[in-house]
Design a protein around this ligand. Structure first.
Ligand code: AMP
Ligand code: GLY
Length: 421
């Protein structure tokens, strides 16, 4: 079968790497792709925002499955337009993708069906936002989280630990006039991400991971798209996972199905494991990046067969997805300046040396410039290794990181620290 993979990040390189191992694959096409993805796929010169062009490509190349990696095309309804011509798609339609596209949509769904999540207000004006702050003051201290409503590449959230910080975040949010936002209670606990395949009705757990969103060691500095991850997240015990499936994921899937907008793809539930049980922080409607890299490093099944079964509504016929017992850990190397303006164009060498240590180097923001691999975005590489426990996987990943020669890049040196500590 021919497959079209949409996307150009480290997540899509990991998906391409795993799809290429599937026995049922004939040709893998990718758009827009990157030099790492091009090791496994034929790059299609396609503007993925032009749905008409994607449809023509699918028809012209006998594509049997389209796998949509990132959220932007899902929120734009690419999956609906492709399903309209009868092609199986891994990824939710526009309406179900609002789980990620609108924080307010998700919060209101949680309220409607009783899903545990942080107490919140939806606001549309600066005065309205300021007026609800008092509600989050406790013992003379104010803590809350301010979230822009729409897609923000992981950067639309401010965790405010004082009234001044909250007011500054609100001023910034409404600096250009009206906006939509959610202001919510600060939740305490450890974070874990749960991945669930869903074919519109049946669900299957696809493992867990823990991301590292802050740019600096020790979880300091601004939020990023994710600086590293490991899988599984041991804090999400089987009992807590079962509780999260029952109280959070299942009611969400059922609610979307009842509304006639079934969820087809992978649902990424960002959870806070609080003293009162798991609470939903956010949904994403796709694999995480870099969480996908560690899931693919551990997944032992046939990825094409699995994603196709999801897209065709046959998930219940498959055995439960199986994963290696090993821990996988990935370290993101980013270009200096990220998550602000990254320094692009810097040379990258040493990938072969890094892979000779046994690690896998997934490429994200890279491009080739006269035969030289150079940085072309914020997050550039995801160096991924496995081991019998987090410490062993971490040591293996950093051995490979140290073989990379990327003078204009940086990485965190402590990925996995919570699990090791
Ligand atoms: P989000 O983009 O919604 O995942 O938020 C980014 C990060 O902000 C999360 O990974 C958490 O670390 C933090 N965060 C979001 N919402 C809350 C909350 N209600 N309480 C505490 N931390 C939060
Ligand atoms: N790493 C977080 C995300 O993909 O949203």
């Amino acid at each position: 079968m021919n497959v079209l993979l949409i996307g150009s990040g480290g997540r899509e390189h990991a998906l391409a790497w795993k799809l290429a191992q599937s026995s049922g694959l004939d040709t893998l096409y990718a758009a827009p792709g990157n030099p790492g993805i091009a090791q496994h796929a034929t790059i299609a010169a396609l503007d993925t925002a032009d749905h008409r062009a994607v449809i023509d490509f699918v028809r012209g190349h006998q594509i049997g499955l389209v796998v949509v990696g990132p959220e932007v095309p899902l929120v734009a309804g690419l999956a609906d337009d492709l399903r309209a011509i009868g092609v199986p798609v891994f990824g939710p339609g526009r309406e179900a993708a609002r789980l990620e596209g609108s924080k307010g949509f998700t919060k209101d769904l949680c309220t409607r069906v009783g899903i545990p999540t942080a107490r919140y207000f939806r606001v549309t004006s600066k005065d309205g936002a300021l007026a609800c702050l008092d509600d989050f003051a406790k013992d003379g201290q104010l803590r809350c989280v301010i979230k822009a409503d729409g897609l923000a590449a992981g950067k639309g959230v401010v965790v405010a630990m004082s009234r001044i910080e909250a007011e500054d975040a609100i001023s910034a949010l409404f600096a250009d006039g009206p906006a939509e936002a959610v202001i919510e209670e600060f939740l305490e606990g450890e974070e874990a991400s749960l991945f669930v395949l869903c074919d519109g009705d049946a669900t299957a757990s696809f493992g867990s991971a823990q991301d590292h969103k802050r740019v600096g060691d020790g979880d300091i500095g601004p939020n990023t798209g994710g600086m590293g991850a490991y899988s599984p997240a041991a804090v999400l015990t089987p009992a807590l996972e079962e509780q999260a499936m029952r109280e959070i994921v299942r009611p969400t899937i059922d609610s979307l199905a009842a509304a006639g907008t079934p969820y087809i793809g992978v649902l990424y539930a960002g959870l806070m494991l609080t003293a009162d049980g798991p609470k939903l922080i956010e949904y994403n409607v796709r694999f995480g990046d870099p969480e996908c890299q560690v899931l693919m490093a551990r997944f032992s099944g046939d990825l094409l067969a699995t994603l196709l079964a999801v897209a065709e509504g046959r998930l219940a016929d498959l055995p439960a997805p199986a994963f290696a017992d090993d821990v996988a850990l990935t370290v993101v190397m980013a270009a200096n300046g990220y998550p602000g303006t990254p320094a692009t164009g810097g040379s990258i060498d040493g990938i072969d040396a890094a892979e000779a240590t046994g690690a896998t180097v997934f490429q994200a923001g890279t491009r080739e410039d006269a035969g030289q691999l150079v940085a072309a975005g914020g997050r550039v590489l995801a160096i991924t290794a496995t081991g019998r426990d987090v410490a062993t996987a971490q040591a293996a990943a950093y051995r490979a990181v140290d073989a990379i020669d990327f003078p204009t890049g940086f990485c965190r040196r402590d990925i996995g620290w919570r699990a090791i500590g």
